[in-house]
Write a protein that binds this ligand. Structure first.
Ligand code: ADP
Ligand code: MG
Ligand code: MG
Length: 249
């Protein structure tokens, strides 16, 4: 589904990803683990098409389409969703307005008919309930004054509404207490399906107790230095990343 080959990416002339290769088949959840500064968020941004993330080499095939050739909004319309490590606050834009605009923009790009206001509200209510999100919160400006846990639940609400084909979760666990982690993980697990792929980026093993990955990859200094099954995450928790730092250098 997602096939990354030899990807090199620079930000402000600094090379961060240095020949990264990775395949995520449909239906699978792959975890990316690595130390701070390894390039995990850079990978997410480069896939999503963030400006100033300069592709120096390599290719990314997404369901037979050259992803790197597409604009940000085309990638989103193709079904790619990046959940930010630090969700943005957007003063002046109520969360509900944001959600409806995003959903209808996506439908328009896909040539589908827009959702009516009552249908939209009904759908939001259903999903918000499962995520323990109060409808009053959704009338407030997007993420402004939301707690860390509320921001992450808001991300999962967006995913559930937009139904992306491929999800990239960038440290969705950061700043979550154990109850919020459970709610967020349950929400993500509900989105697992045979025709949807996921890349779960995390620094800690903890999230992977809740979102069980099919494969685990270790990202150090811009490259995947090791891949394995879920047991690799436990090994990393026990031994840390030190053993890989020399290898990467
Ligand atoms: P991770 O998510 O694994 O912690 P990042 O992808 O955020 O790592 O960052 C990788 C490296 O790129 C770090 O050394 C970071 O300082 C650097 N970096 C990130 N953004 C920029 C930028 N805008 N300009 C220069 N360097 C950057
Ligand atoms: Mg980091
Ligand atoms: Mg990061």
């Amino acid at each position: 589904m997602l096939s990354i080959k030899d990807l090199s990416v620079a930000v402000d002339t600094k090379q961060i990803l240095k020949g990264l290769s990775l395949d995520v088949p449909a239906g699978e959840v792959h975890a990316i683990m690595g130390p701070n500064g390894a390039g995990k968020s850079t990978l997410g941004y480069a896939l999503a098409g963030r400006p100033n993330y300069e592709i120096k080499g390599g290719s990314v095939d997404f369901n037979g389409v050259d992803l790197l050739d597409k604009d940000v909004h085309e990638r989103a319309a193709a079904g790619l969703y990046l959940s930010f490590q630090y969700p943005l606050e957007i003063p002046g834009v109520p969360a509900l307005t944001f959600l409806r605009t995003a959903l209808n923009a996506q439908k328009k790009l896909r040539g589908e008919t827009e959702m009516s206001a009552p249908d939209f509200l009904k759908r939001v209510r259903e999903v918000a309930k499962t995520l323990k999100i109060d409808m009053d919160m959704l009338k407030r400006p997007l993420n402004v004054g939301f707690s860390g846990g509320e921001k992450k639940r808001m991300e999962v609400l967006q995913m559930a509404l937009l139904e992306p084909k491929f999800l990239i979760l960038d440290e969705t666990d950061s700043g979550l207490d154990i109850d919020a982690l459970k709610v967020v993980s349950d929400g993500v697990n509900a989105l697992r399906s045979p025709d949807r792929g996921m890349l779960v980026i995390t620094h800690y093993q903890r999230l992977l107790d809740h979102i069980k990955p099919d494969r685990v990859h270790v990202l150090v200094a811009g490259r995947i230095v090791r891949s394995g099954g879920p047991e690799l995450a436990l090994e990393l928790e026990a031994h840390g990343y030190d053993q890989y730092l020399g290898e990467a250098a």
